[in-house]
Write a new protein. Structure first.
Length: 443
């Protein structure tokens, strides 16, 4: 099961508390409006990532991993939400909710299906999406790489390959030349701060399972090493991380060389880490999981993308279990509305960069939890903004239930559900809650 952040948080969690979900479907968050207005031009959006929604992403690294015998993936991505075809429907959903922004990612494996061979048709596909956003008055926030890399890239060692930063920069250059003029905000990599760090805290059998899956893929393709862009098992973490950092640097430079006024950032996975008691290890954990990426972002980016789902309370030994009565997500982790504001404040203090929330949401089948979380988290976010933290936008994960990596379709973060046979999308009540806030530009 591969989901880096959930695995980190559940691996760190010690124990569990009883679930006390809200117990009532919130009639409408509008009723709880506090009237706190967001700045003019604030971005209100929903997010997806290519591999999680497009479907039939045959040339991506994970397609091999998902389909080898005894894979640790719960199921294959398959058709996903068929958004490769249905992207206009998805854009209509974003628009009809009342949002002004859509975050999505480019699929490197489609744009460069073979090393050095770029597909104009696929670049045109993403161009049509960008133009489709513009035609609907939506700002396209584009992630150049959201975890998956091309199969050929993984077969050459993935981010272990010394050539990988240059390969990524070349991809960014080609994509930017075709697409940059219409993009509102660009992100290089998604949550690279967690890459290669998960192995150290996971149960050994999980790591062994991921290793065996990668080895089976390598064998199938007849290569010595097959290293996908999202992995638990990373044999040489130091090299892998260093190459991703260099890839980011060169990616920013490549995009800026095409369009110097395009704002470029990176999205980082940040918990709201809280310290309790004497000698809390909180600061040590922050340094371990975010330190070098926050410094690199401060040096290279125009903004920082914050992706937050949870808080973690650290004492001198480790993290504490969720407090009694905490609301819990499907994975059993605490859902605490203040965590977004806490993570955003920390990102700002550490980088002094303007912040876009590029992901925030909840893994739950109970949409009442989402309906409660959105206005509650936004009210707290507004409070830190009032204290001077420059937040420029809020993008919810996700527009639609989708392929949640190693967990398959079991974990659901969507503002919309979809039918796996017909691909018909249905708005959940939380879509109306977020839409009402966006339309008013106020919580
Ligand atoms: C990732 C998404 C993922 C989401 C929910 C983030 O880690 O960027 O791809 O689906 O969180 O787990």
């Amino acid at each position: 099961m591969i989901n880096r952040r959930s695995l980190i948080t559940s691996a760190l969690a010690t124990g569990a508390a009883g679930a006390l979900l809200p117990g009532h479907a919130l009639a409408d968050a509008v009723a709880e409006a506090t009237g706190a207005s967001f700045p003019d031009g604030f971005l209100w959006g929903a997010a997806t990532a290519a591999h999680q929604v497009e479907g039939n992403n045959l040339n991506a690294d994970l397609w091999v991993i998902e389909n080898v015998p005894n894979t640790i993936f719960a199921e294959r991505s398959g058709d996903a939400t068929n958004s490769f075809d249905l992207w206009p429907v998805d854009l209509d959903l974003v628009k009809s909710m009342g949002l002004n922004t859509y975050r999505f990612s480019l699929e490197w494996a489609r744009i460069e299906p073979d090393k050095g061979h770029f597909s104009r048709a696929m670049l045109d596909h993403y161009k049509a999406m960008i133009e489709g956003c513009r035609a609907r008055g939506l700002k396209p926030v584009v992630t150049f790489n959201h975890f998956t890399t091309p199969r050929w890239f993984a077969a050459q060692g993935g981010w272990h390959n010394p050539e990988s930063p240059l390969l990524f920069a070349r991809f960014c250059d080609r994509a930017a030349k075709h697409l940059a003029s219409g993009i509102a905000l660009a992100l290089t990599l998604n949550e690279p701060n967690l890459a290669g760090l998960i192995g150290e805290i996971l149960p050994p059998q999980l790591l062994a399972g991921d290793r065996a899956t990668q080895e089976a893929a390598a064998k199938q393709l007849g290569v010595p090493k097959y290293s996908p862009g999202v992995a638990l098992y990373v044999p040489e973490a130091k090299t892998y991380r260093a190459n991703m950092m260099e890839a980011h640097r060169r990616g920013v430079a490549a995009i800026k060389a095409v369009r110097s006024d395009l704002e470029v950032g990176v999205s980082l996975a940040l918990l709201d880490d809280q310290a309790v008691g004497k000698n809390s290890i909180r600061d040590r954990m922050r340094e371990r999981y975010y330190g070098e990426w926050l410094r690199l972002a401060a040096e290279t980016c125009d903004f920082i993308g914050v992706q937050n789902y949870e808080r973690k309370i650290w004492d001198d030994k480790g993290s504490l279990p969720p407090p009694a009565g905490a609301r819990l997500n499907t994975a059993g982790a605490e859902v605490w509305a203040g965590s977004l504001a806490g993570a955003v404040r920390y990102a700002w203090e550490a980088t002094k960069l303007p912040v876009y929330v590029t992901e925030h949401g909840v893994n739950s089948d109970d949409d009442a939890l989402r309906q409660w979380l959105i206005p509650a988290a936004l009210a707290d976010l507004k409070r830190v903004m009032d204290e001077g933290v420059p937040v420029r936008g809020y993008i919810h994960w996700s527009l639609i239930d989708n392929f949640e990596w190693g967990f398959g379709y079991r974990y659901r973060f969507g503002l919309h559900s979809f039918d796996r046979e017909t691909f018909k999308r249905t708005a959940k009540p939380s879509a109306r809650v977020l839409g009402a806030i966006a339309r008013r530009n106020a919580v």
